[in-house]
Design a protein. Structure first.
Ligand code: SF4
Lengths: 215, 475, 255
């Protein structure tokens, strides 16, 4: 007997009796998600945007609010200048970014292992936790979110969802799931040495959100 | 699995108790963890409801585990991953080693996985001659020290900052600037960066396996999981079969509990879902993804008294709040998993005869069960091990004889009265001053503390002597 | 109160109180009577069975359990001056005898009417002791079984608030185990000692003159450690204080 068969048969023996039919199991699983508001915290502010911003800032991220995608280069420039970083930055290959006028900045598609800063695009924000969601894809290099010290993330205000389940509902079946979906909740950090918090363990030590109100 | 299993629990715990540095390290980390968890839950009014829902989700999965495993396998396969099954730890290691060899791997990176420790993967990779790079900061420390984790969330929590500095100074080139935690983290970031990008295979664990997408879910705070799983050609996940959840939404409900209970955060910095290998046209990602589903004793637990333990989401709260763990730390337990959850699991994994002390080295105070986010009745499960130990005759003859004598008396109230009367009179002779400083047959007690002597005859003697229910001798 | 409404309660003395500190048993009788109960002490009692229960010897525990059930089922309530013994009777017995068609239901019925004394006085009898005065300060340790198996937390504090002159001081880690654990403290004495050592530290840091708790086992452990260190903190079972015994000898003091 293969390991697979022996494990499954041991499980079935252990569970005993007749097995539930898939429809009944699915119904029970759905029931376990009922009344989500009773098992999760309410948002910390009245609007999705305010709640998202409050949470991200509490996590140590910084937020800049702009009126349109065209203002992204200027916002990035302000951040780089404020942090004393060079104008040469890695930028995600999103079509949205390619058409922008980057002015004095020198965007590059490659991201070096020790890149000081990179600009990426988030698919969603999650208001409950202040998380940013990125999906791997043709235009999105996952490493762009992990290699630089400063991760600058462009997020459209309209793409902020309320709670974790609202995002999860978008991932049903492998067809809707990217190879890699990452919820980024604040800068990388560790408490591995004596439980004391240090920023920037392997991933970015700084997360800067550029929130675009262009709906 | 650990080599330390071979020396006795008492010797290990005595050594731990005699080590003040260890105590300092334990207190610093568990103290912070306890405070942060309390703060996180104080701000989560829905916790109790979330907790019972979380327990129900895990129970539902276990009750339908065959269904969910098959569903997961179907979806993971459809996403392009390959699913493997391992009944035992050695089967699991064999599969991983074979996959590494097939990939022509010289160097593998690993992001922290307690299951990997459970199956002995670090040693197996070593014996296979494959270079293993631990990327989680704590695992990096452990690897440099040649040790095993002493905590499931903070594997290196037994080491103080100063001790970590010593290891890094010896290994890192250039060494860290000073022994502040921040400088040491910087140094590890620098040293490990190059290794991430040159690894052939990345190995990770999983906090959840999502049945309806076929994805694996991993949480890390450092970002090392992505750096481990993205650049190499092959990504291998090892996960216990109890990690299934029906959907991503169910995982989210459990994540709220896991993170708050573990670190006191709301969501770990990086919560990632891996669904298959690199898709056509993807900018990065591994060409192959393998998922090794490991049983290693779990399917047996479904049918016995330890089924509740399959709910465990490995948050570590039980050990952070355990008075015994906080005195002796994780290594003294001698298994992969320490603390209350380890005391339940280690006898499953290593056999009761090897680890019989663990279920007994517990005061049954119940704080572990109180803080467990999935309501595992840990003391009840430890009691079940005690019952098995008794029935298997693993108790020493002195203990059995003593208990037999006690039981004989306890079941004969008349005789018991006589015996307790005699015992109390004997103790009163020893404790004329009120206190007894040394007692031959209770050396364990009097070595460390005094025994208050009996204050007079037994209650029953005094009560019946008065022949009344309204004694006047109350003080 | 008329005879008919006075509950008839059976006092389960506990083996430790019987042997080591009968004063606690007499304090219990006095308080229960003051709270309007008729108290009896069935002579067919010895111990609740924890030494066997905690050793995994379920057969001996069940034998002792059946004896306790038979002795106490005629009463309206079984009252215990110990959260740990009350927890065993309330939760352990029904679990242990669950598959026994006769004793299972009897264990469940007894469990329902079994109470730790402080919670019984407050929750069931709505009792407040009167005319108590004791100068000094005290701190309270929540014994684990009472706290977690029975939810005893507010009751002792409410009762102690009725003692004039007694200042209650907070105890850091009041809900943390003292390291007694029954057989644990003699099987793993060094670990137990390390735990009770920390407890003694926090008790001394509270600055209180007295340490109170609801379980004699824990109290003997903490008092024994405090005395070994030469501490002046005096230890009492809470109901001794409530029965007016606060000026008498504390645990370990010469009678
Ligand atoms: S037993 Fe409970 S508290 Fe302990 S690690 Fe598992 S889930 Fe967390």
């Amino acid at each position: 007997m293969s390991a697979r068969d022996s494990i499954l048969s041991a499980i079935r023996t252990g569970l005993g009796g007749s097995r539930n039919d898939p429809a009944a199991i699915a119904a029970e699983a759905a029931d376990l998600l009922a009344a989500p508001e009773t098992i999760r915290p309410p948002l910390v502010a009245a609007t999705l945007v305010d709640a998202f911003c409050e949470k991200s800032e509490a996590l140590g991220a910084t937020v800049d609010r702009i009126g349109s995608i065209d203002e992204v280069p200027a916002s990035v420039g302000r951040y780089l200048e404020g942090q004393g970083l060079s104008a040469e930055i890695a930028v995600e290959s999103a079509a949205l970014f390619r058409d922008l006028d980057w002015g004095d900045l020198r965007p590059r598609l490659a991201v070096a292992p020790d890149a000081p800063a990179a600009v990426g695009l988030a698919r969603h924000g999650i208001a409950e936790s202040g998380s940013l969601v990125i999906h791997s894809g043709k235009e999105t290099r996952i490493l762009l979110a992990f290699l630089p010290l400063h991760h600058i993330v462009v997020l459209r205000a309209a793409s902020i969802v309320s709670h974790l389940e609202d995002y999860a509902a978008l991932l049903v079946g492998h067809e809707t799931s990217p190879r890699n979906a990452v919820l980024i909740t604040g800068p990388s950090g560790t408490t591995d040495i004596e439980g004391s918090y240090v920023r920037g363990a392997h991933g970015p030590g700084f997360v800067h959100v550029i929130l675009v109100f262009d709906a | 699995m650990n080599a330390t299993t071979r020396t006795g629990f008492k010797a290990r715990s005595d050594a731990a108790l005699a080590n003040p540095t260890l105590k300092t390290a334990i207190d610093r980390t568990t103290g912070t963890a306890e405070r942060k968890r309390a703060a996180a839950l104080a701000g989560f009014a829905e916790y109790e409801a979330a907790r019972s829902r979380g327990s129900a989700i895990k129970d539902h999965v276990i009750a339908n585990l065959d269904h969910y495993l098959e569903m997961f396998e179907r979806n993971a396969t459809a996403s392009g991953a390959k699913v493997h099954w391992a009944a035992t730890e050695s089967e699991a290691c064999d599969i991983v080693i074979r996959l590494c060899r097939e990939a022509g791997a010289k160097r593998v990176t690993r992001s922290k996985s307690m299951l990997g420790e459970e199956i002995g993967l670090p040693d197996a990779l070593g014996s296979a001659g494959i270079e293993r790079v631990e990327t989680d900061l704590a695992e990096h420390i452990i690897q440099l020290a040649g040790e095993h984790p002493s905590h499931i969330i903070w594997p290196a929590m037994h080491r103080t900052r100063e001790q970590v500095a010593e290891l890094f100074n010896a290994d890192h080139k250039p060494p860290p600037a000073d022994d502040e935690a921040a400088s040491m983290v910087q140094s590890a970031r620098h040293v490990l960066r190059g290794k991430f990008l040159s690894a052939d295979v990345g190995i990770s664990g999983a906090n959840f396996l999502i049945a309806d997408t076929g994805a694996t879910c991993t949480v890390t705070n450092e970002g090392n999981a992505e750096l481990t799983t993205t650049p190499p050609r092959v990504h291998i996940v090892t996960a216990g079969i109890e990690k299934l959840v029906p959907s991503t939404s169910h995982a989210m409900a459990l994540l709220r509990l896991l993170v708050r209970s573990a670190t006191g955060g709301e969501l770990t910095q990086y919560t990632t879902f891996h669904c298959g290998p690199k898709r056509p046209g993807d900018a990065d990602g591994p060409e192959k993804m393998h998922i090794v589903l490991v049983d290693n004793g779990r399917s047996e637990m479904i049918a016995n008294e330890f089924r509740d333990m399959l709910r465990c989401i490995r948050c570590g709260a039980c050990m952070n709040h355990c008075v015994v763990y906080r005195q002796i730390g994780g290594h003294a337990y001698g298994g992969t998993y320490p603390g209350p959850m380890g005391a339940v699991l280690t006898p499953v994994l290593d056999g009761l005869a090897q680890s019989r002390d663990l279920p007994f080295a517990c005061t049954m105070n119940g704080r572990c069960a109180e803080v467990c986010p999935v309501e595992i009745p840990l003391p009840t499960l430890l009691r079940a091990w005690r019952g098995r130990s008794w029935r298997a005759g693993l108790e020493g003859p002195r203990m059995r004889a003593g208990l037999a004598a006690w039981a004989g008396l306890a079941r004969r109230p008349g005789l018991y009265r006589m015996a307790s009367g005699i015992g109390v009179r004997a103790l009163r002779l020893l404790g004329r001053s009120g206190w007894i400083g040394s007692l031959p047959f209770a050396g364990g007690w009097t070595r460390h503390r005094d025994l208050p002597g009996p204050t007079g005859g037994t209650f029953m003697e005094r009560y019946t002597a008065r022949g009344a229910r309204r004694p006047e001798d109350r003080r | 109160m008329t005879r008919a409404t006075r509950p008839r309660v059976g006092l389960f003395v506990t083996c430790l109180v019987d042997a080591m500190r009968p004063e606690i048993g007499f304090a219990a009788i006095r308080l229960l009577e003051d709270a309007g109960c008729d108290v009896e002490v069935p002579t067919r009692q010895t111990c609740c069975g924890q030494p066997a229960y905690n050793s995994g010897d379920d057969a001996s525990t069940a034998a002792v359990a059946r004896q306790v059930i038979a002795a106490f089922e005629p009463f309206d309530h079984l009252i215990v001056p110990s959260g740990s013994c009350a927890g065993t009777i309330r939760h352990g017995y029904p679990a242990l005898l669950a598959s026994d068609a006769d004793w299972g239901p009897r264990a469940a019925r007894l469990a329902e009417k079994t109470h730790e004394i402080m919670s019984y006085l407050v929750d069931i009898r709505d009792y407040t002791p009167g005319g108590l005065r004791l100068e000094g300060s005290a701190t309270y340790h929540d014994s684990c079984a009472g706290l977690r198996e029975l939810g005893i937390h507010d009751q002792p504090r409410r009762l102690l608030a009725a003692v004039d002159g007694l200042e209650m001081r907070p105890l850091d880690g009041e809900n943390v185990c003292c390291g007694f654990g029954g057989m644990f403290c003699v099987k793993y004495p060094a670990i137990s000692d390390a735990i009770v050592g920390e407890k003694a530290d926090t008790v001394e840091r509270s600055g209180a003159d007295m340490l109170l708790a609801g379980d004699l086992g824990c109290l003997m452990n903490m008092a024994g450690k405090l005395n070994r260190r030469g501490s002046k903190v005096r230890c009492f079972h809470t109901i001794e204080i409530l029965a007016g015994g606060g000026n008498g000898p504390a645990i370990g003091e010469k009678p």
